[in-house]
Design a protein around this ligand. Structure first.
Ligand code: FE
Ligand code: FE
Ligand code: ZN
Length: 297
């Protein structure tokens, strides 16, 4: 069975219940959310009542909680050489893991960080140290390192860098990888022969580490190091290649999460994109159709 969903919001008032409702409105059977604003670390207390209602809704809808993903805020940086910023990142992630435990979430996607120009090696050492501290607790939350496009001083732009981090992590049971198709493309990887890419991934890291796929098309050419997501089938990766990834048998049990841009920054495209993926047929008018129907509503 295809496990597919999108990024959804997690609002202060309805919390997880709101996220579940949004996911179901897109026809999803999984979803991903930030436990608060992605660009800051302000977090509201979590409600037990809303959590229970959300869990009931999910059980009714047949959503397996194990497939739901949290994304850590992207301002967190375990590679930051400034000790106070590094400590803050570790402490924030400790709290984030507790929030995941409370909600019953077992997968958290994390950007490895940015070495801010100091040195890649020092950055990687710092990330490993942080992860080892975070993964020494008795939580079940798995941290998934996301493959990055290679903007600025991002760590994790090559599979070798990701592998280097994993090698340094002691608790291998709680570390995994989230492959982001837009980021891989922008980092320079050719996804058009996805079997070949998976072979490469298997040789360098090991296929079993892939625990989440971010399915995005890209606005830019392969190797551009830009990281600008495009709607499914409307970018340089293209519909057929994305379908070969989404439906690859080796990734059947791995949740696929769309992080494609809103149409005109207003209308979420996920319901229509997921429908198109399920139909296995590219609709070149999809975006225009969303624009017309949503503007009428
Ligand atoms: Fe991300
Ligand atoms: Fe992503
Ligand atoms: Zn991205």
């Amino acid at each position: 069975m295809l496990i597919i969903g999108s990024h959804v919001s997690f609002g202060k008032d309805k919390q997880l219940l709101g996220s579940v409702e949004e996911a179901l409105s897109y026809g999803s059977n999984t979803f991903m959310f930030y436990t608060g604003a992605p660009q800051n670390t302000v977090r509201y207390p979590l409600s037990d009542t809303l959590k229970k209602e959300a869990l009931e809704k999910m059980t009714e809808a047949g959503i397996d909680f194990h497939n739901v993903v949290v994304h850590a805020p992207y301002i967190i940086n375990l590679a930051n050489p400034d000790p106070s910023k590094y400590d803050f990142s570790v402490r924030f992630l400790e709290e984030e893991i507790k929030r995941c435990d409370f909600l019953g979430i077992s997968r958290m996607v994390l950007h490895s960080g940015s070495h801010v120009g100091v040195s890649l090696d020092i950055g990687i050492k710092s990330i490993i140290q942080g992860l080892n501290q975070l993964l020494s607790t008795d939580s079940k939350v798995m941290i998934l390192l996301e493959t990055m496009a290679g903007k600025g001083n991002e760590v994790g732009r090559t599979l070798e860098e990701v592998k280097q981090i994993i090698d340094g992590v002691q608790n291998k049971e709680r570390i995994g990888v989230c492959i982001d198709t837009c980021h891989l493309n922008d980092a320079g990887y050719d996804l058009s022969d996805f079997d070949a890419f998976l072979n490469l991934f298997d040789q360098i890291i090991g296929l079993s580490y892939i625990q989440c796929v971010h399915v995005n098309d890209s606005k830019n050419e392969r190797g551009s190091h830009k990281d600008r997501h495009e709607n499914i089938g409307f970018g340089t990766i293209g519909f057929d290649t994305l379908q070969s990834i989404i439906y690859h048998p080796a990734l059947e049990k791995v949740p696929k999460i769309l992080e494609t841009p809103y149409v005109d920054r207003l209308f979420p495209p996920y319901k229509e994109e997921i429908q198109m993926i399920r139909n296995r047929n590219f609709d070149p008018d999809l975006i225009e159709k969303i624009r017309i129907t949503k503007t009428d509503e």
